[in-house]
Write a protein that binds this ligand. Structure first.
Ligand code: ZN
Length: 563
């Protein structure tokens, strides 16, 4: 089920409907407190057990389990193996066990967690307790591995589809990433978003730089003190308009519905990672953006990281994943189509809601320029890197070039019809297509691969993408999301009340009501509790707690409600 598709309902509903206790196994210790708070907010008696909680907290949860008052219990996977936990399960009436983020059990998945492998023992030990596994990212290989490792190979599989129609996908060639990011963010002041970087250092620097540009940007990475990380995560969840600049250490299980964009300054390692990271945008169903820049350096860096693996098979798996990701970036087809195909899902040819659909990329016959490139690599001895090869093609005067006598080669100055960036793009495309290899273990020298022979001999031709830096950031009006005609002044008034209530109750604003709920209120202006209950997102529990105060604003009470 895609992110935001209602996975948690799959265990929350049983918790409410069935007698006894529902156990949720989740790797997200840092978020358990939030998940429990949210469940309680909806009127479900919930608690958690993990290594990070206080002794009092732990004792209270155990008491509630023994009394049978707890309905929903979150557990870290390593807890489930402790004898005291298995005792607890034996003695409590457990109605269901849900394994969340189940792709962590799979080596094909992108978040493999060794402690998840132990969960296979669960079905052996408690064969009568129903078990479900949930994930937002799993292609068929991962799905099979989940069934096998959890010992539930006969289980039914339910797939709801991976499409996130409200997300607009776009990918740009990397030229000046900061300026490109600035361009993307220009009309996004006040929006919540995530910017992903590969390294801790870049995360810090980018957050500082965004701060200097007037954005509320906070860093998040594994090198920070746990406490600082926690503070930044909390601010991102609870305040409005915060941009979190993070490594991939951030985000699994982040359940913030109003993240308006996810920007990647570096290439993710796999399509699954890309899908999961971009899937954190727009969970409320409102329009959201997935934006990325990538370039040749990203490809080289990730190839090098793949080769650092010890295990041969793991290297093959990772290489395959990286290649799929690169193809996703380079292909000129509809991005959504490629993305869904990767997860085994058919879709329309043109979604009309990605850069390739909105601004089709022009291609050109690149046979001659690729031949020039390949000859230059060959004639200079297959040991020079990207910069040197381009300098030779452009006929640049350079001490090294003349020392090696490469200014006397016939290819010297043969590529002046294109500039440096265009040549970089050609090289990147030949690397991605497997014509040229970069010696990533050594000094980055370019080498020819056997598949380029036919091209060199003129027996094959090749089409290349013309890279364009500027694709329109946003084309309005493509999403068929309800375009509610709502009262904007009233909406702002409702938002102010939401902020007040949120801070009184130490909740994030969206835990009170989502933006979409407030918009619906501002459109239909319900005048009593019965009418308010018909608005999406208003249930009995929230009606009891906040109904009167929202009605006061809706029926023309003080719009600056501060009470
Ligand atoms: Zn498309």
């Amino acid at each position: 089920m895609p992110t935001g598709g209602g996975k948690s309902l799959c265990y929350q509903l049983p918790a409410l409907l069935m007698e006894g206790l529902v156990i949720v196994v989740s790797p997200l210790i840092a978020l358990m407190e939030d998940q429990v708070r949210q469940a309680r907010q909806m009127g479900i008696s919930a608690g958690y057990l993990n290594s990070a909680q206080s002794v009092q907290d732990y004792a209270r949860t155990i008491r509630e389990i023994r009394k049978g008052t707890l309905k929903l219990l979150y557990l870290a996977p390593e807890r489930l193996q402790k004898p005291e936990t298995t005792n607890l399960i034996e003695n409590a009436m457990v109605s269901l066990v849900a394994i969340d983020e189940a792709h962590c059990v799979s080596q094909w998945g992108h978040n493999f967690r060794p402690d998840y492998l132990q969960l296979g023992m669960f079905k052996e030990r408690f064969p009568d307790i129903p078990l479900i596994a949930l994930t937002a990212t799993a292609n068929d290989l991962t799905r099979n591995e989940i069934l096998e490792k959890l010992n539930i190979s006969g289980a039914k599989t339910f797939i709801t589809g991976f499409d996130r129609p409200n997300i607009y996908y776009q990918i740009q060639q990397k030229k000046d990433p900061r300026q490109q990011l600035a361009g993307f963010l220009r009309n996004r002041h006040g929006q919540s978003g995530i910017v992903y970087c590969l390294s801790r250092k870049k995360t810090d620097q980018t957050a500082d730089w965004l701060g200097s540009q007037g954005y509320d940007a906070l860093p998040y990475h594994a090198g920070m003190e746990a406490e600082d990380r926690q503070v930044n995560q909390r601010r991102f969840l609870e305040e409005e308009g915060i941009i979190i600049v993070a490594t991939i250490a951030f985000g699994m299980g982040i359940d913030k519905p109003d993240v308006r964009f996810v920007a990647h300054l570096d290439l993710p390692k796999s399509i699954e990672a890309y899908y999961q990271e971009t899937g954190r945008a727009g969970r409320d169903g409102e329009p959201a953006d997935a934006w990325m820049t990538y370039g040749l350096q990203d490809v080289l860096l990730l190839r090098r990281m793949v080769l650092q693996n010890q295990d041969e098979q793991q290297i093959r798996i990772e290489q395959h994943k990286l290649n799929s990701m690169l193809a996703f970036c380079e292909l000129t087809e509809c991005r959504r189509k490629i993305l869904l195909k990767y997860f085994g899902e058919e879709s329309v040819d043109h979604c009309g809601h990605c850069d390739n659909c909105v601004v089709p990329k022009p291609t050109f016959d690149g046979t001659v320029v690729v031949q020039k490139l390949l000859s230059t690599i060959f004639r200079t001895g297959q040991r020079f890197g990207v910069k040197y090869i381009i300098d030779v093609l452009l006929g640049k005067e350079d001490e090294r070039i003349s020392r090696f006598g490469h200014d006397r080669l016939s290819v010297y100055g043969l590529g002046k019809e294109m500039n440096v960036n265009e040549w970089r793009s050609v090289i990147r495309q030949t690397v991605v297509r497997g014509l040229v290899e970069v010696d990533v273990g050594g000094y980055g020298g370019l080498k020819l691969l056997p598949s380029c022979r036919a091209l060199l001999r003129g027996e094959e031709s090749i089409d290349l993408n013309k890279d364009m830096t500027q694709t329109p950031a946003k084309v309005p009006g493509r999403v068929a999301i309800e375009n509610l005609d709502y009262d904007e002044v009233l909406f702002e008034g409702l938002k102010r009340l939401r902020t007040t209530i949120a801070s009184e109750n130490k909740l994030a604003p969206y835990m009170v009501f989502h933006d979409s709920t407030l918009k619906e209120m501002a459109a239909f202006k319900p005048a009593d509790k019965k009418a308010l209950l018909t608005v999406n997102g208003v249930g009995e529990v929230k009606l009891q707690r906040f109904g009167d105060r929202f009605l006061e604003v809706l029926t023309g009470g003080d719009l600056d409600n501060k009470s």
